[in-house]
Ligand binder design. Structure first.
Ligand code: SAM
Length: 258
């Protein structure tokens, strides 16, 4: 029966959270929702929605569970080398300071990696980096800029010593924090600003349906300045790149042409 079934849940959840699950891959979402329900001992969607109303903390934990926010500093280090050695030097020849967006930034590792790279190798060449995510909880963590020993493992030692304050944890220094502006933004629903030289959207679209992904890349292509570059995740590919006036200039990097 559709009553209290998947469609009912998707509608109720959208009303409550503003997140439209229709744009996400259903089998993945169902698996995660079912595992959450098992963990908290809720038998069906109707009970889950009821619990969201009674207990906002459960709702918050659910959104966190659903949005899969694993991240890493300099994730896929070899792609960051391409960014540093090939992409950014070309971009700053054309325009400086660069306008940069880290979309789906999770707990901040990606935009902070970028800020550190810009500060260390291209000082003065970045405007404030706009870092956005759908999930307010991860954004709050990102703004704090405090990371565990395990989380900072991927950062080369000389950068770790220079750009983090060591306490019981590792705290991003203020000069790097000031380079990043965190804001809530839904890639499926909110307006995209334009004229970006560099957009990073990595490991976000993998959870979207093909249709949602197509729309997303169309909007990114529009949001790039001429010759601007889109940097995507290591399991991702843009099939309709040519139609969007995007050209692959290195694996996982697309440039807007024309
Ligand atoms: C796996 S993390 C990727 C983090 C980082 N980009 C990286 O590659 O390490 C995916 C992030 O996408 C965010 N996300 C999912 N749907 C989104 C949407 N519609 N708009 C904005 N962010 C979204 C999630 O909240 C999560 O923090």
């Amino acid at each position: 029966m559709e009553n209290w079934g998947w469609e009912w849940f998707v509608k109720k959840f959208a009303q409550k959270s503003g997140i439209d699950l229709h744009s996400y891959k259903r089998p993945q979402m169902e698996r995660r929702i079912n595992s959450f329900m098992r963990t908290i001992g809720v038998p069906n969607y109707a009970e889950l929605i009821k619990l969201f109303d009674e207990n906002p903390e459960v709702h918050r934990r659910f959104v966190e569970h659903l949005t899969i926010n694993v991240s890493e500093f300099f994730r896929n280090a070899n792609h960051w080398e391409v960014l540093r050695n090939q992409i950014i030097p070309e971009l700053i020849k054309r325009r400086t300071p660069l306008k940069i967006w880290s979309a789906g930034c999770s707990t901040g590792e990606e935009p902070y990696s970028l800020a550190i790279m810009m500060q260390e190798y291209f000082p003065g060449h970045a405007q404030r980096i706009w870092a956005t995510d759908l999930d307010q909880v991860v954004l709050n963590k990102a703004k704090n800029g405090i990371y565990s020993e395990k989380a900072v493992q991927g950062i080369p030692a000389h950068l770790l010593n220079k750009y983090f304050r060591r306490d019981s944890d590792y705290q991003v220094v203020d000069s790097i924090k000031q380079m990043v502006k965190f804001e809530k933004h839904d890639l499926l629903a909110d307006r995209f600003p334009g004229d970006f030289d560099l957009i990073l959207c990595r490991n976000v679209a993998i959870y979207f349906t093909e249709e949602a992904k197509e729309k997303l890349y169309y909007k990114f292509a529009k949001a790039l300045a001429k010759d601007g570059v889109l940097f995507i995740g290591s399991t991702e590919q843009i099939f309709q790149a040519r139609e969007l006036n995007l050209k692959s200039i290195a694996t996982f990097f697309y440039q807007k042409i024309g």
